[in-house]
Design a protein. Structure first.
Length: 292
């Protein structure tokens, strides 16, 4: 007999307005974007973070520029997240490995290309969203003659906020559940098969690690060690931290995208993140620090 915690069956739809419905998933995106915006404004207003070289009292962007950047980052998250899911999971993974949740993918996208943009039907990729945000930041920095690595640092510092709310939304939706277990805090997810079997609430593990813990690590490192003084280092620590926590979470998550054995697509996609972090660390430390 398993000891389980009751799964709080929350309706994924917060409210119906005529033919439209407002979902918790949409609320999580809105909350993550608005709180991330607020946090970035707090960061650039804090003179302690920008008092030394290379900033010398001037933050990487103004309040108005941060507001404009949020618009482009939001587009990068949505378009990149959706296209990343379609290309990485719906096409590449399902086309090669035919996982248990693939169904008729990728044939569905070939028969009806408009399905590629149907994000409301589910299917977003963090790694695709990350690439979309990177493209948005590079474009915005070049257009406004700003340091793209410092903008990347700011975005990385706020990203765990959105990750936290996104994983909470996954939990509310009863999706991306964990592996079968007998731990005392296991839960029975209604949509999981086989039915009635307790599983790890892996969405909450990821919310705690990728969201809360990663946020605190980056904030502590910025204030205690001033890692933002070498542009690209906050972003590098974010890539390392997210990659490690995602890799760990995959051991508890009932991954729908196994490549071979216990090694999943989520684990594999941590490898290029660590490679990019290594390059950013090298780039940040290739020259001695400038004296204050």
């Amino acid at each position: 007999m398993y000891a389980v915690l009751p799964y709080p069956a929350i309706d994924p739809v917060l409210v119906h307005i005529g033919p439209l419905s407002l979902r918790w998933y949409a609320i999580s995106y809105i909350a993550g974007i608005l709180l991330g915006w607020w946090y970035l404004l707090r960061l650039i207003a804090d003179s302690r973070l920008w008092k030394g070289p290379p900033f010398n009292g001037k933050p990487p962007a103004t309040r108005d520029q941060i507001g404009d950047l949020i618009v482009w980052v939001t587009l990068g998250v949505i378009l990149g997240g959706r296209l990343g899911f379609v290309l990485l999971y719906g096409t590449l993974y399902c086309g090669l490995f035919h996982g248990p949740t693939c169904g008729d993918l990728p044939q569905v996208y070939l028969d009806n290309p408009l399905k590629i943009f149907a994000a409301w039907e589910g299917g977003m990729s963090f790694h695709g969203g990350l690439l979309g945000v990177a493209i948005a930041i590079v474009w915005f920095a070049r257009r406004n003659k700003l340091n793209m690595l410092s903008l990347g640092d700011l975005a990385a510092a706020a990203a765990p906020i959105g990750l936290f709310f996104g994983r909470i939304a996954n939990f509310i939706n009863g999706e991306l559940w964990g592996k079968i277990t007998d731990v005392p805090w296991a839960m029975v997810f209604p949509a999981a098969e086989p039915h009635g079997v307790p599983r790890h609430p892996s969405q909450l593990y990821e919310a705690a690690m990728e969201g809360l813990l990663l946020f605190l690590i980056l904030r502590f490192a910025m204030y205690r060690f001033q890692i933002q003084s070498r542009p690209g280092q906050v972003l590098a620590w974010f890539l390392v931290g997210y990659g490690v926590f995602r890799f760990m979470a995959e051991f508890f998550r009932d991954s729908e995208s196994k490549l071979f054995g216990w090694f999943s697509m989520g684990m594999f996609l941590s490898l290029p993140m660590w490679a990019a972090a290594a390059f950013l660390f090298w780039w940040a430390y290739r020259k001695p620090a400038k004296p204050a």
